[in-house]
Design a protein around this ligand. Structure first.
Ligand code: SAM
Length: 302
């Protein structure tokens, strides 16, 4: 059931509401992202197929497969870091970030490391990646994933993102923000009622501080990707509008490899910066995965 007091408040902004509700109550498909630092998509597909797993390619990404057979985490290929079990929607922010070998990149909120290890594989382990995670109990999983996937260009730090030191500037920053996580409701059924208003308000205040620091840490001409796994406009378009009102950031139009919804420019009594229509909203019924929001911003080159 989708609770009337929670997610139903999005009824006017989520297209094909009935399909959305149906998708939210179906189990989340298991997908794996091939770690190209360790193996090719063909290696992984052949090895797992020989072991009896059924792998279905995801049309819009050659590194992604849907796995129909349970227990893929128990294979030697998983332990060797040849793939990472990751929701398809969670691979999109790094795709939009487009990391390049040799760059200097900050992943400001990194644990457990799904996107950090993806960034490192796009960088082909060249350049410097800072994986920041302030919550101590989440750091072991981040470090374990970095080791398991053979990531060699990464240093782990533990600052609160909003006070990350300003000693260095980055070519790209990913802020995959702490959020109310409503888009993960297919694996966490307690979220089907949506997040509480007080949690959303608290998180959006934190996100506003984080996005300002993330932007300030960019080199001129640098790129910031802001992503969440929630539907709440206060945490998505609201946070991006806050940055646009405080800094000279440029917001890019996002194009994904499948049709996605645009950011919304008004919600209840709130109006957001009109440019936020360039952001992307992804819903579970549109790609049979979780939900999310992505914005890509640039700092003007001087
Ligand atoms: N990017 C990660 C991945 O793909 O595996 C998921 C990140 S999760 C959505 C958000 C993370 O932000 C959590 O690990 C949380 O502990 C961390 N976090 C919480 N408060 C933070 C803060 N003030 N600064 C930076 N990160 C914070």
């Amino acid at each position: 059931m989708i609770g009337e007091r929670g997610l139903a408040r999005y009824r006017t902004i989520i297209p094909r509401w009935r399909e959305f509700v149906d998708a939210c109550t179906r189990p989340l498909p298991v997908t794996i992202r091939v770690n190209t630092l360790r193996a090719s998509p063909r290696d992984v597909r052949d090895r797992l197929t020989r072991k009896g797993f059924s792998l279905i390619p995801i049309a819009w990404s050659e590194d992604l497969f849907r796995v129909e057979t349970p227990r893929v985490s128990k294979t030697i290929e998983h332990w060797l870091g040849m793939f990472y079990i990751q929701e398809a929607v969670q691979t999109l922010p790094v795709r939009v970030l487009s990391p390049q070998p040799g760059e200097t990149i900050l992943d400001m909120a990194a644990a457990p490391g799904g996107k950090c290890t993806h960034i490192a594989s796009c960088m082909r382990n060249r350049g410097a990646l800072i994986a920041n995670e302030p919550v101590g109990k989440r750091q072991p999983s981040l470090m374990a994933n970095i080791n398991r996937l053979g990531v060699l260009n990464t240093t782990v730090t533990s600052y609160r993102g909003e006070s990350f030191p300003m000693h260095a500037r980055f070519d790209r920053v990913l802020l995959d923000a702490p959020c109310s996580a409503e888009g993960t409701l297919r694996k966490e059924s307690t979220l089907r009622d949506g997040a509480t208003r007080s949690a959303i308000a608290r998180l959006s205040r934190l996100q506003q501080r984080l996005i300002l620091r993330a932007y300030d840490l960019l080199k001129p001409g640098g790129t910031l990707v802001y992503s969440t796994c929630t539907f709440a406009p206060e945490e998505n378009e609201g946070t991006v509008s806050h940055l646009l009102s405080k800094r000279d950031a440029l917001l890019d139009q996002i194009t994904l490899p499948f049709p996605a919804e645009r950011g919304i420019i008004a919600w209840n009594d709130e109006e957001y910066a009109p440019e936020v229509a360039r952001c992307a909203r992804i819903y579970p019924h549109q790609i049979d995965s979780g939900g999310g929001f992505i914005a890509r911003l640039r700092k003007p080159a001087r």
